[in-house]
Design a protein around this ligand. Sequence first.
Ligand SMILES: Nc1ncnc2c1ncn2[C@@H]1O[C@H](COP(=O)(O)OP(=O)(O)OP(=O)(O)O)[C@@H](O)[C@H]1O
Length: 660
Amino acid sequence: MTQETEDDIQLNINTGGDNLFLETKERRGPIKGNRSQRIKARRTVNLKANRASEKKHLEHDHPAGSEQKTKVISQEVKFAEKQHYRHTHQTVGKTDIPPSTGFISSLFRNNPEIPKMDRIKVDTMMEEVFSAEFVQDLPLHPFMISSLTQQGFKQLTTVQMMAIPHLLLGKDALIKSQTGSGKTLAFSIPIVHRLQEITPHIKRTDGPLAVIIVPTRELALQSFETFQKLVKPFSWIVPGYLMGGEKRKAEKARIRKGINILVCTPGRLIDHIQHTNSLALDKVKYLVLDEADRLLDLGYEKDVSQIIAALHKPDPQEHHQTVLISATLTPGVERLAGMSLQNPERIYASPEENNRNKKDDFVTQDSAKSDFVIPVNLKQHFVITPCKLRLVTLLSFILGEKKSKKKPCKMVVFFSTQDSVQFHYKLLKFLSSTKNSNDKDDINVDDFSQLQIFQLHGQMDQKERTTEFQKFSKTRSGVLLCTDVASRGLDLPNVEWIVQYTTLGSTTDYIHRVGRTARVGSMGNALLFLMPSETGYIKVLNENKIRQKKSLINTIPYKTFLFSFLAFQSFVRAYSTYPSSLKSIFHVKNLHLGHLAKSFALRDAPSHMSGVQLKPSVKRKIHQDRPQAQSKKKRMQEMSEFSGGIVTSSMKRKGKKMKK
Ligand SMILES: Nc1ncnc2c1ncn2[C@@H]1O[C@H](COP(=O)(O)OP(=O)(O)OP(=O)(O)O)[C@@H](O)[C@H]1O
């Protein structure tokens, strides 16, 4: 990102008069009358010009039209040409341009205005990530403490400090805390500790004693890995996973051998409950519903209810401990809590929420609205891009981040569909594998080389998904393009930027997506792409206590933009100076000014290039940014591109004359 501002947004370069130029009468053109008459006249002119152009195309396609018809059309074409000539002549000013036969595409003429946005004052809710307590203060087995310390977990996060003591007592709990606050360890440490306490030691053949339900396959793998690390000092405890996409037969064999801590996705567990005889759930002591909000969003409510029913024991003495975890509380999560928890302890890591919700004890749609907690170290931005500039803006953002960072940078870009991910993946992969230039100063596809690109979406088979996920987790630098499969619960280390190329709309989704960065107290950034028609979404986020900064992504740096304006202007002038013998080939009338503008990274053709003055501030800026005037001697040395750099006596004489 090149710049950040609260007041301005500029994408590509808008050469509109409002930004750069002083208003002049000349600009208005010769159409006379009051304002409404002038507007009407202009509309008629445009309409006729467009009709004429369309008819001309028709005529081209159907040359067998009547003579009469051809005459009418040719008159209209002439009229359109005349108008176009007038327009071009006025706009390019001093350049003598004959009538154009071109048609100016609305793609380049129409740039939607960025509407003014109503912003609401936002008091964001804060949650301290780390508590003042340490792992060694917990009443855990010494081997577990030393294992945790060795893995780098010394200080407890707030949610761990609050939840672990309750869970060690065997109470049901509803745990809510911000994304990336260490909720997985908050429920897995007590489970492993209590399982290792059982004497005599539990055996594989005891089957599942703990069941962890997670919404996605990647999350199942991630939680399984966490348990694997935790049970290292207690080799007799066996964790395992069951998830969609894996071979059922192999899973059945693993179940038969024995799994004590079973991490699974709901659909696959239901499948095994119904079809695998060796799966006995009667000894289950712990049930965890992780990412409860996501389980519901993905439509697993029925599956989860079936699992709860399958685990239900009629004797209340035998009730297993149930823990429900979520980063957001919704009425749906409350419903699930009501269904599965008995006298739960409500553990909310944010003090403000702790006070409020403990009094209310039930989350309604309205109270859920204000429950969103954003990590303190997350910087949120949004950018408004006209639809046609979305791709170029995305690419220049990725490139800008890659170039501006000396250190490696990891980024996740969210798309709304699998097809979108695949298209952008193929495109970036192509750019990153293409090498065609040795010129270090050029901005070209070389800048994409060495950019590692990854993708993650539901159309990939499980093996590919796992490999890609693990590769991105381990890499130090790269861009992951994905759908929402990666939005919840995934712990992707050191991600610096989360880009939402399309938003899903719900604030919960927004929170989970941006929560893939700024984890456990680290720094992170999020960028939301919006089109001008979507700016109302900012207000929706503001109402949910989410505040972002407007951002500026220039597809080229600001300094270059001033030069691009001048370059456009002189290009048109130069183009009009071809000798008359070549005019049939090189003629200004053949230039599509809108397209030409794009080739200089301008949003529009600077339509008021002559006869107007640049605003003094812009003039000053251009002057400052131009290369410093060279000494005449040096200029003369460099005047000819064939110069050998030797100053001849004639040059010296010329220099002296010039001085005089
Ligand atoms: N006490 C701790 N000290 C340092 N790092 C920790 C601590 N506890 C957990 N972590 C690390 O923090 C990261 C995030 O943890 P985790 O995935 O459990 O967060 P979460 O709250 O479940 O996030 P989400 O809501 O996105 O699922 C993990 O890499 C984990 O290893």
